[in-house]
Design a protein around this ligand. Structure first.
Ligand SMILES: [Zn+2]
Length: 327
């Protein structure tokens, strides 16, 4: 038996999810009835246009309606092959998602405290607060991160740095987040529709939040390193000539950007002068090469490792016996 919510999640990201009766019937009666019973699907306005059920070319026509002599409302579309194609009111039924109902079911399913509120229309909701490691955290539900969305831009969840952000469909790792990166998890794998509402798989939920927090912390660290690096560059450019950028800055830029070329482009942008990738390459080599950097972990410890290696080397050179210096 298919999980009813799995039919709904991919469409929730869209601006106005609207399902035709025939489309929903393909999910199976069980899924449809359960979604309807839970109040997640609600009847919307009948279709204005309808795909001809008789023709293979899939022509859609505007629905015309009139009242018969017996006082009954009739519906039809014109078809070039079959003339007037009569339609029943059931065929024209459409269904939409009740977001109010869905977000309240999610809040109940998570056992959150506090009120559910819509922060940005059809894009961002606060579901309530959850106890987490001795404190309380906001839980948000956000849509609009799917590339198929055309209307409003996705919400700026970066404004809620300590919140847990639930995404209906989009994978957190595939979203191009603005900064700071939130702790975001996708609901598709951990939520199901039970007899009493939405149920969460708590055994998966907690590790997923922990992992999402780790991803967010890593992104914040990287962002902080980038800011720190920009400050260092601007200081060096102001105090000395850009062509005298220290190895520390050149190596940090390499670690931040991930390649000699990108580091050179970044430094050229930041200094307003041309910094070649050879210059970056030479600095990395002087500091022990890429293998030494890869051992470092985060860029701060890399730079510390590099700096201490350089001091060691200086000492070795100084300690070299005088007699061997000119060999
Ligand atoms: Zn037709």
């Amino acid at each position: 038996m298919c999980e009813p919510l799995s039919f709904v999640w991919p469409h929730i990201e869209l601006d106005e999810p609207l399902f035709e009766e025939a489309f929903i019937r393909r999910w199976g009666d069980d899924a449809f009835l359960r979604l309807r019973h839970a109040g997640i699907l609600q009847q919307a306005e009948s279709a204005d246009y309808f795909l001809c059920p008789f023709c293979d070319d899939g022509h859609a026509e505007e629905v015309v309606s009139w009242e018969s002599e017996a006082g009954i409302r009739r519906f039809a579309i014109p078809c070039p092959e079959n003339g007037r194609v009569m339609l029943s009111p059931e065929q024209l039924r459409q269904w939409s998602v009740s977001f109010d109902r869905l977000v309240s079911l999610l809040a109940v399913g998570l056992g959150l405290t506090g009120e559910v509120s819509e922060i940005e229309p059809r894009r961002l909701w606060r579901l309530g607060k959850v106890s987490w490691q001795g404190g309380l955290r906001d839980v948000l539900f956000a849509t609009g991160f799917d590339s198929r969305c055309l209307l409003a831009p996705p919400p700026d969840v970066g404004k809620y740095p300590s919140a847990i952000v639930l995404l209906p469909h989009a994978k957190a790792s595939s979203v191009n987040w603005s900064h700071p990166t939130p702790s975001a998890i996708s609901l598709t794998q951990i939520v199901s529709l039970g007899a009493d509402g939405v149920e969460f798989d708590h055994s998966l939920l907690i590790p997923m939040i922990t992992e999402a927090d780790a991803v967010a912390t890593q992104a914040a660290q990287s962002q902080m390193n980038l800011r720190e690096l920009k400050v260092l560059i601007s200081r060096e450019v102001k105090s000395i000539q850009a062509h005298e950028l220290t190895d520390d800055v050149l190596v940090r830029a390499y670690v931040q950007e991930g390649s000699y070329r990108k580091a050179a482009e970044f430094l050229s942008r930041e200094t307003g002068q041309e910094i070649t990738k050879d210059k970056v390459h030479r600095a990395v080599q002087r500091c022990g090469g890429t293998t030494a950097l890869a051992r470092g972990g985060d860029s701060n410890s890399i730079v510390r490792t590099v700096a201490s290696q350089r001091r060691d080397r200086t000492k070795k050179i100084q300690r070299r016996p005088e007699g061997k210096q000119n060999q």
